[in-house]
Design a protein around this ligand. Structure first.
Ligand SMILES: Nc1ncnc2c1ncn2[C@@H]1O[C@H](COP(=O)(O)OP(=O)(O)O)[C@@H](O)[C@H]1O
Ligand SMILES: [Mg+2]
Length: 463
């Protein structure tokens, strides 16, 4: 759509000349002769910038400007002031005009001021859109017991500066948790630097994490800062840490112990202040037993464990998440929101979501694109992989057979979470239903990284 400018001037000569110049510049131009006509035109929208004369019969330029502001019209305003009338120009700026040009009008000056005003407006709009997008992306949606609990754990962990190890299957929201921890911490204005340890080839990971000096190896043509250093004063997020080689683990451990990094080929260790968050979809205790993960690193990273439950364990969140993503894609594609028929919601709730929230998000995007009407029917979801419906467990379960101990832990943890959910977080009733002492339940929860619910009920807090 063309940028549209409205000229408000009572002199036909000025309207005509200015319209011609601005059309030549590629703008769409409309013109009116009074403040009243300007206000009237603005009710219909579609104007990006107003060129407003100060001297107008009837309602003058400044009065028109303050009316526009009262109505929160977001068009940019450039004022034309009489020669030497600085006082009203200053008042106009205070009222929110972008700038003013003096009569007699210099074409160049006028075009330049208009261009700058439009640029600023565009930047502001982009900024707002970006911020809104970031905010939306950073909301952990869901009101299930498991989700409220997760948000609470995140809120407690965030301000502590402690290391957080985030567990969860693929697509459960581990990235989102890490970003939220950073956003709620005192480091929120510092950098958030993400490193996907599984995606970087082994030969490059050390240089990526710690940097290198020029000439350290073939191809190192210049000094390069590592991610730990880039994240100084902020947070580094080591994603898929379970895939890091044992050799690199040893180096990371040193950084955690000594709070210094040494670039590949460098000599002087550099002190850094970087908070470390890590995430994995692997069962690290099993990796440790298999000799693939260092136990000492595990203990260093696991200061605050956070478990992100799979989507199938919090089915009640599915409708809310579906709506959330629907709104996101409607905005992104500039389309209207589609609503789900109850039968479609039932299908979404019944599906086991092996790819968790990420898969749900992809499905909603697909529906936004593929479904022509404004209602989504159960039949529109026929493409959901029926074989997954029959699959009993998580498909991303670690390769190989779990030990009896692991299997029992994972079953117990799921059972406790489910019972807590059923009992709305009430510890005493949960303990009763499970047939254990309350203190015993507490110990188990602590071992499994399940934080007790707070403020949900009037229960006493003692252990
Ligand atoms: N509770 C949630 N509320 C809103 N969006 C979520 C939630 N959990 C995950 N998402 C979204 O789902 C997608 C996958 O999440 P992500 O954090 O990348 O998962 P993981 O890192 O565990 O694989 C992302 O687009 C993320 O924003
Ligand atoms: Mg991730």
């Amino acid at each position: 759509m063309k940028t549209t400018i409205l000229i408000v001037d009572d002199e036909p000569g000025v309207r005509q000349a200015l319209s011609g110049v601005l059309r030549d510049e590629g703008y769409a131009v409309e013109a009116v002769a009074s403040g009243e006509a300007c206000l009237d035109r603005m009710t219909r929208g579609g104007i990006d910038l107003i060129v407003l004369d100060v001297w107008l019969p009837g309602m003058d330029g400044l009065a028109t400007l303050s009316r526009l502001r009262e109505r929160q019209v977001d068009a940019q305003v450039v004022l034309i002031s009489g020669h030497g009338n600085i006082e009203s120009a200053v008042r106009a700026i205070k009222l929110g005009a972008f700038d003013f040009v003096e009569k007699p009008l210099s074409i160049e000056k006028t075009v330049l001021v208009i261009r700058n005003a439009l640029n600023q407006r565009r930047l502001e709009a982009e900024n707002r859109a970006l911020r809104a997008r970031v905010d939306r992306r950073q909301t952990m949606v869901g009101e299930s017991y498991a989700m409220r609990q997760l948000r609470e754990q995140v809120a407690m962990a965030a301000p502590t500066n402690g290391r957080v190890l985030i567990y969860g299957e693929n697509g459960t929201g581990k990235d989102l948790v890490a970003r939220t921890v950073h956003a709620l911490s005192r480091r929120r204005n510092g950098p958030f630097v993400e490193v996907n340890c599984a995606a970087i080839p082994e030969e490059l990971i050390e240089s990526e994490l710690f940097g290198h000096v020029r000439g350290a190896f073939t191809g190192a043509v210049a000094d390069r800062r590592g991610k730990f250093e880039t994240a100084d004063g902020g947070t580094i997020f080591l994603d898929e840490i379970g895939d890091m080689s044992v050799k690199t683990q040893a180096k990371v451990l040193r950084v955690l112990q000594e709070h210094t990094v040494e670039a590949v080929g460098g000599h002087a260790p550099l002190r850094i202040d970087t908070r470390v968050l890590a995430a994995t979809n692997k069962e690290l205790p099993a990796e440790i037993r298999a000799g693939r993960f260092r136990e000492d690193l595990y203990f260093r990273l696991n200061v605050i464990p956070v478990f992100v439950p799979p989507l199938r364990e919090r089915q009640e969140d599915i409708p809310m998440l579906a709506d959330h993503f629907m709104a996101e894609f409607a905005r992104e594609y500039g389309r209207r929101i589609k609503t789900f028929e109850p039968a479609a919601i039932a299908v979404l709730r019944g599906y086991p979501w092996p790819g968790n929230v990420r898969e749900l998000r992809n499905v909603i995007e697909r529906l936004m694109i593929m479904v022509p009407g404004e209602r989504i029917l159960a039949a529109d979801l026929a493409f959901l992989d029926a074989s997954a419906l029959a699959r009993p467990g998580p498909p991303s379960a670690p390769a190989g057979r779990p030990t009896l101990h692991e299997a029992r832990d994972s079953f117990e943890r799921a059972l406790i979470l489910r019972t807590l959910a059923e009992q709305q977080g009430n510890m005493s009733r949960t303990a009763e239903v499970l047939g254990v002492e309350r203190s015993n339940l507490y110990r188990k929860m602590k071992a499994f990284g399940i934080a007790p619910a707070r403020r949900l009920e009037g229960e006493e807090e003692s252990v």
